[in-house]
Design a binder for this molecule. Structure first.
Ligand SMILES: [Zn+2]
Length: 277
């Protein structure tokens, strides 16, 4: 028994064996002052909105333009920034009536949609407090779920729903990355997969029925995304066909061709594995 035993009940079992005192290394201290840690709250500000449904004013946490430093992009186009998961801040939620949408879809397209949201969301909505300097992953996930519920109720296009599902899967991915070592959550992994399957279904439907750009993406980008998702669900033939299309397209720039080529390499490996397994 150590003096730190009992921390487990707070979920801090990992700390039970932590050493109490550490000799400060002067080099480390200097490094800390040289490169201050970027705080998530410093990258955010409260942006004012007027709700298109209930007309109340409210604030939603938003990324400060130019403040976040982009580190890169995952294979599925999930953006990575230093010190913040920007995906958490996409849904805009009216805390008074429950209206919610991704920024791109915040303005309603018809009075019919407003009517459907009033009946399907606002009439039942119970406000949830979201104070604090940042949104936690749990809060962000609730905001995404509310956004998806709004999209279903207002009979949004397949692409909008697919985009919400894709971003929800990005959010869960970030959540899993943050907690994987200390607290693995298989149910989150399963949920991530379900969102990705729904995103794939929606993007395939949108590709058949909607005009480009779809969710602000051109045809090649959407094809690339469908290829990524198809590969995950072992629809290798679909992925191969889409990637070949990108690689021969005169409209494709170097960046998307490079991405498609990398993905095709992965695809080849997976197909080989399938053959051998
Ligand atoms: Zn409202």
């Amino acid at each position: 028994m150590g003096i730190l035993s009992g921390l487990k009940q707070f979920g801090l079992g990992e700390l039970e064996n932590a050493s109490l005192y550490e000799k400060p290394d002067p080099k480390d201290i200097k490094k800390d002052t040289d490169a201050p840690v970027i705080k998530e709250a410093d990258i955010l500000f409260d942006k004012k909105y007027v709700c298109p449904i209930c007309e109340a004013e409210f604030k939603s946490k938003t990324i400060r333009a130019g403040k976040a430093r982009r580190l890169g992009t995952d294979q599925d186009l999930r953006p990575r920034y230093e010190g913040i998961d920007v995906v958490k801040y996409d849904p805009i939620v009216c805390p008074h009536c429950g209206y919610a949408a991704l920024g791109r879809y915040y303005e309603l397209t018809s009075s019919m949609q407003a009517k459907m949201i009033r009946a399907g969301i606002c009439a039942h909505y119970k406000p949830v407090q979201m104070d604090g300097e940042i949104y936690t992953y749990e809060q962000a996930l609730e905001r995404y779920k509310l956004t998806l519920a709004n999209a279903i109720v207002k009979k949004a296009k397949a692409s909008e729903k697919a985009y919400i599902c894709l971003k929800s899967s990005w959010l869960l991915h970030g959540m899993l990355e943050e907690t994987a070592e200390t607290d693995p959550k298989p149910e989150l992994l399963q949920e991530e997969r379900e969102y990705r399957q729904s995103a794939l279904e929606g993007f395939l439907a949108a590709r058949q029925s909607e005009a480009f750009p779809i969710c602000g993406m051109d045809e090649l980008t959407v094809d690339y995304l469908i290829a990524v998702l198809s590969m995950e669900f072992e629809h290798y033939d679909v992925a191969a066909k889409l990637l070949s299309g990108i690689l021969v397209s005169p409209a494709a720039n170097k960046r998307i061709k490079d991405r498609a080529r990398d993905l095709k390499d992965d695809l080849r490996k997976k197909m080989k594995e399938q053959k051998n397994g």
